[in-house]
Write a protein that binds this ligand. Structure first.
Ligand code: PHE
Length: 354
């Protein structure tokens, strides 16, 4: 039998018990357990309140109201205590996580750098872009036609020997120089043509002064009335941009099948010109005072004919061409004594040239 007075008394006992448990809960987890024990589905208070329906109608209002007030008081106290505990727990967590923003960064971080061949390649490109040339790239696997025949090599030229050239088959080879791109460029583009073509080349050589794979930059200018003076002016501007100062260049007679006349170009030794005062010979030019930097010449009429286009007929246009080794330019410019340093990837060497 339920009666209002007993019910009210039990409610106020439960309220007092609940509030003191809430206040005593040490953590938010413990508080959640208290909430379930006090207001959860199996808790005494909610079940007891269901008994209100068994009371005579005139008593229900009084008990129901008291019960709602009690429930509200417990919920409010739960919320307050929860906020209090959560705040304290958060503060404790943050204190444990404190970062020292004044600590130095990790000393393990290394930034990368361009390889000296790549940076020299780009420097050379930049000089010619500044002179109004465009940059093309070619193919490393070439045909004997473009590598030799179209470049006016006789059928018995020694460079064709398979002791010098890597062949894929009788007609296909790894290009031995970037010059095949002279003819390809003229096949594709109309004159006036001002291009440089950097890239890898291959020869069957391997010793202290030769690598089986190395890099060249080809240059080709074809226009009306091009002379050797244009070649000299262009390459003097190049030499000064790459080696610095007001360095002189000189042209020495030479031979290439695809240029006529052909020259080798030397630049005045920048080390001697700088006022080398050592008692021994200058270590850069070994006392020669000149450094050989590239091969060049006027484009041979037979090469223009091999293009088989009227706009490139030798009566219509003239041209100059040159080819240089990137390894050699980088060696001279950075005083690198041995070609093999380029491919050994010794970090101590690479670090010095970053
Ligand atoms: N192809 C020549 C070489 O590899 C260089 C060169 C290029 C010479 C263009 C003249 C003109 O040695």
């Amino acid at each position: 039998m339920t009666d209002a007075t007993t019910l009210l008394q039990r409610v106020s006992e439960l309220e007092a018990g609940a509030l003191s448990q809430i206040d005593a809960a040490p953590t938010t987890d413990a508080l959640e357990e208290v909430r379930v024990a006090v207001l959860g589905r199996k808790a005494e208070l909610p079940n007891l309140l269901r008994g209100v329906s068994e009371l005579p109608p005139q008593e229900r209002g009084q008990v129901g109201k008291a019960a709602n007030i009690t429930r509200g008081a417990i919920e409010r106290r739960l919320a307050e205590r929860k906020e209090q505990l959560a705040g304290a727990e958060e503060a404790k967590r943050l204190a444990g996580d404190r970062l020292d923003l004044t600590l130095p960064g990790s000393p393990q971080l290394h930034d990368g750098a361009l390889h000296i061949i790549t940076s020299t390649w780009r420097d050379i490109e930049d000089v010619f872009l500044g002179l109004g040339f465009s940059v093309l790239s070619g193919r490393e696997v070439e045909t004997a036609h473009y590598n030799f025949d179209a470049l006016n090599h006789s059928p018995t030229h020694p460079a064709r020997a398979d002791t010098d050239t890597f062949y894929v088959n009788d007609d296909v080879l790894l290009r031995t120089h970037t010059s095949p791109m002279q003819v390809r460029a003229m096949e594709i583009y109309d004159p006036p043509l001002y291009v440089v073509i950097p890239g890898r080349v291959y020869r069957r050589d391997y010793d202290a002064t030769h690598l089986p794979q190395f890099h060249q930059v080809e240059g080709l200018a074809v226009d009306k009335g091009i002379t050797l003076a244009d070649l000299k002016g262009t390459l003097m501007a190049f030499a000064r941009a790459i080696f610095g100062g007001e360095l002189a260049i000189r042209l020495r007679p030479h031979f290439f099948p695809f240029t006529e006349p052909s020259v080798e170009i030397d630049v005045a030794c920048f080390n001697c010109s700088d006022g080398w005062i050592g008692t021994e010979r200058c270590p850069v030019c070994r006392g020669e005072q000149w450094l050989e930097i590239l091969g060049a010449g006027e484009v041979d009429p037979n090469v223009l004919r091999a293009v088989q286009r009227d706009v490139y007929h030798p009566e219509a246009v003239q041209g100059f061409a040159f080819g240089m080794g990137i390894e050699r330019i980088a060696m001279l410019r950075n005083d690198i004594p041995d070609l093999r340093l380029y491919i050994e990837n010794d970090v101590r060497f690479l670090e010095q040239l970053r």
